[in-house]
Design a protein around this ligand. Structure first.
Ligand code: ADP
Length: 294
């Protein structure tokens, strides 16, 4: 009686098993290598985040300490009667107000970041006119813009539809971009803010905040929207900041179902482009009725 394996000779069977084992071992090896690579990447990211968080804590403490000590010294001088003539008192008043505003700005930024991390970057949305959003953002940043001595150019395409927005959050995002333009782009002497209908199928409005400052180095472009990230130039020149501004802009815009992009060329300037969906037609009617009633 002769018995024959389905796969052929004994040698063929052994070969087949060997190849199968080799394939399984290779598969396991590849999986292990992928897991190790993922672990290394994850650890590197966690380390980077931990470093950025430490830098953030040091940065914020420093940011808080400076205005607080200015306020304390000013209050001391006023209280002790060291400053008494009206002009000087007024100057001290302005100084205390400016520093207190800076403190408020930092605290607001950190609180907003905390609530956006908790999953609430924005509140309820309603149709809002771009004109009124621009006005609020420009009023809130008037001090920083004046300090930068830049020419401000505002352009709004006529007939723009309202956008569906949480006005407070979106104004905060615009404020962050305008303050960055003033902080980093002042040497260019010009800051632009504009709005126009976006090209493409979906009805959306494109908002641009631009400056003619030093621009952002290409190797930093991929990181500027990360939380706590601060550019080399900002750190070297000790420009005030928490590294949360652009991350908040991104979170706020994305919560509006919009997008944010940056276009920057070293030496030429920087432009941030926000694309926000227009309010749907039924909400626009609602908006027009409430505007005519109000
Ligand atoms: P912060 O301004 O507190 O550092 P942001 O998140 O607002 O934090 O910005 C992150 C980094 O992006 C800044 O530190 C800076 O290096 C860079 N940046 C942002 N806006 C501009 C701009 N208009 N021009 C040049 N660099 C900018």
């Amino acid at each position: 009686m002769s018995v024959r394996h389905r796969a052929g000779s004994l040698e063929a069977v052994v070969n087949q098993v060997r190849w199968r084992n080799l394939a399984v071992t290779t598969g396991i090896l590849i999986l292990m290598l992928a897991a190790i690579a993922a672990l290394v990447r994850f650890t590197q990211r966690a380390q980077r985040l931990a470093r950025l968080q430490m830098e953030f804590i040091a940065g914020v403490s420093h940011e808080l300490r400076t205005p607080l000590s200015v306020i304390r010294t000013a209050a001391h001088n006023l209280g002790d009667g060291i400053v008494s003539n009206t002009k000087q008192v007024q100057r001290y008043g302005t100084l205390i107000r400016e520093e207190a505003e800076r403190l408020t700005g930092i605290v607001e930024q950190v609180l907003r970041f905390a609530s956006s991390k908790a999953g609430h970057p924005i509140g309820g949305r309603e149709p809002a006119s771009v004109e009124s959003l621009f006005e609020s953002a420009l009023a809130a940043t008037a001090g920083a813009l004046a300090e930068s001595r830049c020419v401000l150019e505002k352009r709004i395409e006529p007939g723009l539809p309202p956008i569906l927005a949480d006005p407070i959050a979106l104004v905060h995002a615009l404020q962050n971009l305008l303050i960055n333009a003033a902080k980093y782009g002042a040497e260019g002497g010009w800051i632009g803010i504009s709005a126009a209908m976006a090209n493409g199928e979906a009805s959306a409005v494109e908002i641009r905040v631009s400056d003619r400052g030093p621009g952002i180095p290409p190797d930093e472009l991929g990181q500027i929207f990360d939380p706590f990230y601060r550019g080399k130039w900002a750190l070297e020149n000790q420009i005030h900041g928490t590294g949360l501004g652009l991350n908040l802009v991104k979170r706020i815009v994305e919560a509006h179902e919009g997008t944010v992009a940056v276009d920057s060329e070293p030496g030429k300037g920087t432009e941030f482009v926000l694309r926000i969906p227009a309010a749907p037609a039924d909400r626009i009617d609602e908006f027009a009725n409430s505007a005519s009633r109000g």
